[in-house]
Ligand binder design. Sequence first.
Ligand code: COA
Ligand code: HC5
Length: 625
Amino acid sequence: MLAFAARAVVKPPGFLKPFSLMKVSGRFKAHQDSLPRLPVPPLQQSLDHYLKALQPIVSKEEWIQTKQLVEEFQTSGVGERLQKGLERRAKKSENWLSEWWLKTAYLQYRQPLVIHSNPGLMLPKQDFVDLQGQLRFAARLIEGVLDFKAMIDNETLPVEYLGGKPLCMNQYYQILSSCRVPGPKQDSVVNFSKVKKPPLHITVVHNFQFFELDVYHSDGTPLTADQIFVQLEKIWNSSLQTNKEPVGILTSNHRNSWAKAYNTLIKDKVNRESVRSIQQSIFAVCLDRPVPRVADEAYRSHVAGQMLHGGGGQLNSGNRWFDKTLQFIVAEDGSCGLVYEHAAAEGPPIISLLDHVIEFTKKPELVSPPTVPLPMPRKLRFNITPEIKKDIEKAKQNLGIMIQDLDITVMVFHHFGKDFPKSEKLSPDAFIQLALQLAYYRTYGQACATYESASLRAFHLGRTDTIRSATVESLAFVRAMDGSSVPEHQKVELLRRAVQAHRDYTDRAIRGEAFDRHLLGLRLQAVEDLVSMPDIFMDASYAVAMHFKLSTSQVPAKTDCVMFFGPVVPDGYGVCYNPREAHIHFSVSAYNSCAETSAGRLARSLERALLDMRALLQGHPRAKL
Ligand code: COA
Ligand code: HC5
């Protein structure tokens, strides 16, 4: 069993071949090997749960039709045959799902990474206002990431737990020194953290110009913040021209277009080496121009957009390599955050790195040894041919359209946090999800297919499954909530029942017993076995169930940061939240091109829903048992 850390990664094409050199050592491997394997749930159970989950989101006629198709799927033996195939796959592999998931959710997904796939994160505004402050903060941040990296490298990261179970830590080994690489039909991810000579440099971008900055001395010790600061100043001073081609914008394009442009770009040896340096770097730091001034209340939502897409060709989007797994953004006006490429990892490992870095930047700086002269960081050059220039122009145009289309609101809900639902003996996550159901129902008069990420990291190489937050119980509650004929105590009862149903779903999901990934597995197994696609995957209900108008995720952090991502359907919303003890950070995204959606309106409705649910519960204190 060699190099299992690399198994979740697809082999890269061409000149990037780091895998034969992988090494994996003791402690991490021992932990990983002790984790249970992801089970294949029983077929009957998943089909029953699927039918139940359809009830609140499809019509009665559609449901009856689907019930028939599900019965045929079982009685014809097709279901059983595919199930057996899955079980065989599960026996043969470390995780029957992870490679399929990586390909389906990420590497074969052709939409641009920007907005559609890469999540962004915004930190509280830092209090620097000038170049010195910007570079000093960036230097401390880099030092903090290297401090965290040391824990990854020497395998001293504490194992995380969820619901009392130890979690797979593999994703931590994928977030540094890695990069996505575009391909004509499918992308790949390359990871250099376990090669014989792991990278010792980071990428720094300023004014669309990329630099390779060595962050370790020859004896293996990391540069201090003072030393990094001096190096960042050198970079800054040698990239003052503002007329450079924003070559990084190429990475924002549709994946097929970018894959073509990539081949053109790397034909040139100089370009190829520059691209390789970015791909191999430990992470990237983007030193951005100030975010344009906007009215205070719009400022945070505006910065969220900046973190997701960089503001376009004229602003900071040329300071990005969107394929890079981890990019920190530090702008001159104090707005900071990050954007990350999702294929390698879920949000939580990124957040725990970030929490560490923020704590680190708050510690007093150690007195540095006298500065030693350090070599000038290497500028990464690009030869821009007319063909490449044309590709950049096209990418710029597309990005401009995507930016115009993004409608994003971030909000801090100040009235309560996890504390209130806890005081009512309710799961805070379920409470928030239920408020979202209420907000949506009040706006649209119906429920919709809703996705919430559930971690499968209790299993070896586990990623996520889906908690479907629109349930029979949630619909009963949201319908009753505004009904004048329903007595208040009954509303309370329905609320409590719906919260419990959500919490039960969550428990099943993290035990590996949700049905979404199972259905995906059966579908892919059918493709693999070359049998015709079973009817259950071709009917209207399935299409409705997979059209997630609410795509949501809880990503808790110790830092007051807010994360965001785009909607996954043209007429839907992306909702992310970071619940703290006494307040909650929310982001809501939508597309301007859809007349029916509005991020601001849903955010306001969500705020009202949370307040109304609290008022309802406070009006009916629980009986003391
Ligand atoms: N009474 C009192 N307290 C309760 C309670 C109840 N009935 N139910 C839960 N709580 C407490 C918990 O003990 C916990 O306490 P803590 O704040 O001390 O940790 C807290 O409330 C939060 O629990 P809950 O709101 O129920 O959610 P959770 O932490 O179990 O999270 C998921 C639920 C779905 C988010 C989690 O299981 C998960 O899968 N997380 C990963 C999601 C992910 O990967 N997101 C990123 C995708 S890129
Ligand atoms: C820094 C926060 C990142 C959150 C990203 C996230 O939730 O991604 C989901 C991943 C998954 O497998 O459920 C996908 N989603 C954005 C579409 C919810």
